[in-house]
Design a binder for this molecule. Sequence first.
Ligand SMILES: NC(=O)c1ccc[n+]([C@@H]2O[C@H](COP(=O)([O-])OP(=O)(O)OC[C@H]3O[C@@H](n4cnc5c(N)ncnc54)[C@H](O)[C@@H]3O)[C@@H](O)[C@H]2O)c1
Ligand SMILES: N[C@@H](CCO)C(=O)O
Ligand code: NA
Length: 446
Amino acid sequence: MTQQAPPAAPASRAAHPVLKVGVLGSGTVGTQVVRLLGEQAEEFAARSGARLEVTGIAVRDLDALRDPAVPRELLTDDATAVATGNDLVVELIGGIEPARTLILAAFRAGASVVTGNKALIAAHGPELYAAAAAAGTDFYYEAAVAGAIPVVYALRESMAGDRVTSVLGIVNGTTNYILDEMSTKGLGFEEALAAAQALGYAEADPTADVDGLDAAAKCAIIASLAFHTRVGIDDVDVTGIRSITADDIREARASGCVLKLLAVAQRREDDHANGVSVRVHPALVPADHPLAGVHGAFNAVLVEAESAGRLMFYGQGAGGAPTASAVLSDVVAAAFHRIGGGQAPRELAYADLPILGPESALTRYQVQLRAVDAPGALAAIMRAMADHGISINSVRQASYVSDGVDPLVTIVTHPAAVLHLDRAVEALRGMEQVREVVSVLRVEGE
Ligand SMILES: NC(=O)c1ccc[n+]([C@@H]2O[C@H](COP(=O)([O-])OP(=O)(O)OC[C@H]3O[C@@H](n4cnc5c(N)ncnc54)[C@H](O)[C@@H]3O)[C@@H](O)[C@H]2O)c1
Ligand SMILES: N[C@@H](CCO)C(=O)O
Ligand code: NA
């Protein structure tokens, strides 16, 4: 009978080589990254093959009040030293500068870099990828899109065997939270925004969330990965949620829909267009659509691919700990490569597809207007839409029409080009049968 060797004892602390980790920024996310690296040091060593030793945390204000999980003795205001003196550099400052300069310095110093900075990637992604390639190190950014949801990994690696045709996502937690609070609790816009800020979902300057720029940056990153084409933030047609009113939300419900801020990235290959369409805007989504049930600060990303069909990714898109989870997955991957070899995927932009202008987008629209309560008014309105090439899907007149009150008419179109729709709406505004065009919203999701 042969004797089996006893199982190997767990690797001891000393068995793991040390990798030095520098953290740039100790705000909502940076604090959680440092806390988790400290609390779960043994597990990170076992998973990555290295002891991840935080050697410095660059902050702007050394005296600011901080979470006790952030060791004071590691704080420094010399961000360049942190960027250039470590094996792994985690950038969680946000914004373009000094983050860009620090990351480039980190690559030049031979470090691998992990960031959650979607604004920077959507503006300077190719430069950062090139710097990583020149250094022969890793560039990871899972936290930059949809926080904890592994959507960067999914698009970059899991979908490498397929052709993605479209990605539709709720990728900004703050605006989803605001719209959801307005819809379910009847909160005002400002009240809901303040709550989102207090919970750590909002960017340092929440206009980036509210005006759709945060979602646009994520949309550009998604489209670059999905379609192997360089897409920057300036390519994305953006409308935020500032002009959304409580009436819009109420009326959305009356139409059997919910109002969401959507990021849309589509591969168009049809009679009208060939290229990539990228846009962020509020849209009505049918109540039974998978994205309609995404509440609070949650995010969801719906990927359509030729062979896989539809895939749905859902989870926490913002907040300190959920975002730290994504950052740390990248830290583990980068550490693993430094110890055992291998590298993160490099930029893949071989398809180099044309970026389509906003005029080529084809979507359904909901137009709400107050019509004059007179015979033939609706017929004239329908004729005007038809004259501008807009095909109507449905028309609804509010059931609460009473004498002397101009009826609210809701028209849903078939897919139309924005140029045709704009011209039709302009014509409606000039008609004597139309008192007021109340709102024009896109409708997305079948
Ligand atoms: N908060 C989230 O839910 C979330 C989710 C996903 C991605 N992100 C991204 O993560 C990054 C960090 O976000 P956050 O929410 O933690 O931001 P934050 O504003 O809470 O933290 C940033 C910190 O960086 C510090 N800082 C600014 N300039 C600095 C400098 N020159 N040197 C050192 N420190 C400096 C600030 O004082 C602040 O403490 C951003 O790129 C953001 O887009 C955040
Ligand atoms: N401010 C962003 C954080 C995640 O990028 C949001 O609300 O989704
Ligand atoms: Na993510």
